[in-house]
Design a protein around this ligand. Sequence first.
Ligand SMILES: Nc1nc2c(ncn2[C@@H]2O[C@H](COP(=O)(O)O[C@H]3[C@@H](O)[C@H](n4cnc5c(=O)[nH]c(N)nc54)O[C@@H]3COP(=O)(O)O)[C@@H](O)[C@H]2O)c(=O)[nH]1
Length: 821
Amino acid sequence: MAPRGFSPAARAYLMQRPEVLAMGWLPRVPDRERDALESWASSYYRSPFQIVDAGPDNLPQPAARRPVYYPALLVEPDDRTLVLGRDFMSEAKRADALGRALATGKAVATAPLRVSRERTLAIHLLQAATSAGVAGPPPGVLVLTVEIDRHLAQALQQAAFPDLLVAFSDITPDAAPIPMLDNIGRSWREVDYTRQLAFGGRTYQLRLAPTPAYLYENAGWQSWFVLTGGLLLTGLLGALLLVVSGERAQIKAQVRDSTARLREREARLEAILNNAADAIITVDHAGLLLSANAAAAVLFGHAPEQLPGIHLDQLLDLPEGEIHGVLARLARSDASERELAGVARNGARFPLSISVSEVPLAGEDMFVCVIHDLTEQRRAQEHIHRLAHHDTLTGLENRLSLTQHLEQLLAQARRNGHSVALLFLDLDHFKKINDSMGHQAGDMLLIAVAQRLRELLRDVDVIARLGGDEFIVVMEGALTPELVGTVAIRIVQSLSTPYDIGGKIVHSGASVGCAMFPGDADSAETLMRHADTAMYAAKSEGRGNFQFFSQAMNAATHERVMMENRLWQALGENQFELYLQPQVSLGSGDVVGAEALLRWHHPELGMVTPSRVIPIAEESNLIFALGDWVLVRATEVLAEWRRDGMQTLRLAVNLSARQCQGRELLPRLDQLIARAGIDPALLELEITESTAMRDPEATRGLLRELRERGIHVAIDDFGTGYSSLSYLKLFAIDRIKIDRGFVTDIETDANDAAIVTATVSLAHSLGLTVVAEGVETAYQSSFLRSRGCDEAQGYLFARPMPAAEFRSFMQAARARPAVVP
Ligand SMILES: Nc1nc2c(ncn2[C@@H]2O[C@H](COP(=O)(O)O[C@H]3[C@@H](O)[C@H](n4cnc5c(=O)[nH]c(N)nc54)O[C@@H]3COP(=O)(O)O)[C@@H](O)[C@H]2O)c(=O)[nH]1
């Protein structure tokens, strides 16, 4: 560029960049050309021009002779910050930057300098000029003088974020830090945000701090400041770099972009806070709320604008102590200590957990509290606890809770020298009610029982339902057997009062067994077991009464357990045998079949009758194995008879109630009949009347299935149960067996005689045959025959006998003419 073109071009540039104070051209002047240059410049400026050095007090003096000079030759504006003729090589800071600019060919900055008479702080930016294709050192260097504080102020203004204070220093390690701008006015604090910038071979540090006004308004959101500070800084530094590189449009775009992102981030943060499910509040050191989000307002029932300024102790039941210390302790405490009670505006208290963070800001501590409402959680926990510890139907305690409670009461009684009474209740006829009226009615009965027990007993007494129709009552205190007996009687009386179940009057009742600590037992488990034993004793005494536990009962229970063990052993050791008792046709006198009766030959006890075995087997699962053994043996006997020419004889087998309920019976019968190769019609299953009526619908299904298979069925012990005639009609049965109890007294009891007569006639009208059992006398036999009874069984004809003996009996019977006694 020609010298005359420099001034207009520089002025145009400077007008757009107020922070650039001056622009100048430093030509490379070898010493041999110095005189020529001075003479040319004197004529160009029309005043004497000299290459000068900075003398004492910075006053110019003729430059000392040296090999090369870089004087300010062209300067715009004139003589303000760049002194015309002054050689940059004459002063250390400038010479250093000049040397780096020439060596690197890149833009280089000087250390901060005081320029002009006003001692403005600025930096010179130097860029060596290159001439394409010309070898040798650069012909000169372009210099810009930038006023740094004006530049930063302008960058901040453009960022439109007035709430930050700025400090800017040159921290290049070659010298002590040189502050260039500082409107923070205090030393560094943790809250300040600092960044370093390397440019032009120098290192700068920019420090940002929030204004006190910003802090007060945004005290809760320290993270906002960190974010916004970071964003602003990025924009600012970018702006500085771009100013230096002269790309003003990019500066603006960058600053605009940073500002927009900053604002968007702020808005997003605010939205997040206000949409947070948890309450978030900030509190100052005195416990006053500085800010609160929307959830906090909802949680505590205050209008959002009312929360700032409220003291924290109006919202929380805080631990005792000075508020700052309390909050600081909460910030360090573990989760359990952070569960407090909240106080809603209407005074209602609710559980909450609080998480406190201490935030040191601008000389004073502030606390950010995140508060989580625990109301629902507590409700759910209570619900789960209730489910785990209570019977869902009645709301009474369940077995788990009872066990825990009982242990506590026993411990309490041991400490106080008290007694504990445990009452074991079992409802009478519950199963019958449940089966005949349906489960809903059964449930209503259980609920009514629970309600009566609640009304009857004290709040401190434990009432539990173990399941089914079993209830437990536990009392603790200075109890006497008389007192406990009185309570037990009241329970029995109360529960035997009729119930109104869905408009129907239902009669139930309870058998109650009672055991006491420390007299009867010293542990929860024994107490329960002994009360259970007593309850069974009460039941066997005829229901609807209560019994205290006694050691004699214990012995009975012990015997039951012993027997059960022996029976299992007996099964394994083949100690059982099937006896056969003939059944005779009252018309022809012929033996038409037999009943299979179980016998147990115990090595020490001798022959044990089924009346002792079956009830114990029924109470345990032994009945399935034992019943199966009988069926296997019965089908084998039928197969043996067929081989021995007795293929028309029928064999009756007793089925227990639990065998009838199981699903295994029918497939097992199919299997055994097929395996033995016998006619199913020769197998007759005897089901007692009470078993059949326990669940009449299920019995109907079973009998239908048996009929489909051709297996015969007899109703045993007829007349002793609750047979409904309508059911009798619906049951697929073949025979009725008149109970021994009616046969025994036919001769003496007109009622029994009438019942037997009516039963025979009823059975015949339904197409059923009749067998009478327990026939011991000729009178009974002839009476039955005269009433049309088809068959009879009893000691009159033969006692039950082993299978081999039965074979001989049959051979003998066939050898003589049949006579009916
Ligand atoms: N579930 C099963 N129950 C069985 C089985 N075997 C027998 N039982 C049932 O046990 C009860 C007692 O049986 P038991 O001691 O064998 O008595 C039977 C006969 O011995 C007895 N009886 C026969 N005739 C007379 C008599 O003239 N006088 C008299 N005092 N007793 C007599 O009656 C019993 C047969 O009864 P029942 O079955 O009702 O016909 C008994 O209830 C058996 O059913 C088995 O394998 N499984």
